[in-house]
Design a binder for this molecule. Sequence first.
Ligand code: AHR
Length: 516
Amino acid sequence: MLKYIWSALLLLGSWKVNAQSSGYKITIDLTEQRTEISPMLYGHFIEYLGRCIDGGIYEENSELADARSFRMDVLEKVQGLDIPLLRFPGGTVIKTYHWEDGIGPKDQRPKRPNLIWGGVNDNHFGTAEFIEYCKEIGAAPFLVVNMSTATAEEAANWVEYCNGTEDTYWANLRREHGYEEPFNVKYWGIGNEEYAEPDAGLHQDVDFYIKDAWQFVKLMKLQDPSLKMTLVGTSHDLHWSKRVLEEMGPVCDFLSIHLYAIPADTSYQTLIKSVETFENDFDKMRPLLAETPQVVKDFSPWYRFPPREEPVKLAVDEWGIWDLNSGAGKGDYQMEYTYHWGHAMAVGKFINLFMENADIIGLATWAQTVNVLAPIMTNEKGAFLQTIYTPLKAYRQYVLPQHLAIKREGESLFGEVQSIDATASISQDGKEIVLAVLNLDPSEEQGLELDFAGGGAAMEWLEHIIYSAPSLDAVNDFNQQVVEEEKVMMKKNIRDGLNLQLKPASINFIRLKVRD
Ligand code: AHR
């Protein structure tokens, strides 16, 4: 539900100009430090898990699907997220996945048991279908290779199938399958959570992983030296991450970490705090990245491909909320969780945290897009958007390309949580600013004072976009959409600052246009 309020007067809507100072103050100074926010921060992840792919984005013989069996109702919703990067096919499932099963005529593709998540994978949604889906949504593809039951050579063949341009076997096979042009897959993951002992992975020991990962990287880069490699790291085992960076730093474009918020109980405080703790994960990873040479020197020409060109960044290539109290329990491999408005607030907190750590995050992919821990849910008759869709879409839509450091003053707590959580972004030309401000407090409105350092910068206009819901427990389903959107617009020179009122449990985007 969208309410739009256009105001030329000063006291309408949610804000007041030059009003009494309120509890929390943000000072915007255009000369403060700016940091690029990777556009790849808004990526997503799909896996052969439950109904994410089959029955989610892809469904054969469905009236809702097109000739390629892409569910059109789902596609439209995925397109709404404006996803820049899509990771596939896992996840843990890659431990037994063979990519050759998912190419060529569909009726000749082998059916395999999904040994990791259960069910059967008929492999009808394979490499080419994934690439077509990426094209349909305008996302760059990101493929993850099997290091457990497959070889480095098999992974290199996949690179050749996808990217090969010469008259060679795997490139020709792609052409035979109807794809003359290469798929140009740049992003590749070398394994997934290889440290995880219960998984059907081989490695677990970091030195074993490093030895194998080098072989994978070498063979894959010999096929295409321009690949961007994500190697397995973790913020739970710094020794593992440190060793990977020490030994593989020259070819590691991104070091993977997975961040799932797993609240211990049903309280909203616990949920928000479970996201807050990730601040600590970034604080632990930052020094490791700083210790890794920014520029690779003395890389042997005998590798026959160049080293990485940019400093290593983190790939948060799985992040999300795994709330065992919300619809499905431990060991439920379908993971069809229900997300209420409190979860949407937690997602806002998550993305604010990413923005505050933009200097070390190269990419992030939400796990997962449809049905599994997901913003989009389906049944055979249709699809609906869970509450968490709102922040995932809105941050992508409103946040600008650079992070702008801001000064924050004042404190207002509810329980142990700071009520206001704010971050700022700015356009490349410095003419537009967007503040993403959460009022996490579920019961109290919060006053927010905005000040422009030195009063120098005049703002030409301001728009306040507010997302809220009737209660923290409110959920969307096939019959109802509880999330409310309100827009308040003001055109006015704002030189001396202004005060805003923020609704309880609201996600706010404050768009400011700097006057020439
Ligand atoms: O996203 C679900 C699973 O969570 C992924 O397969 C795995 O990588 C992670 O543990």
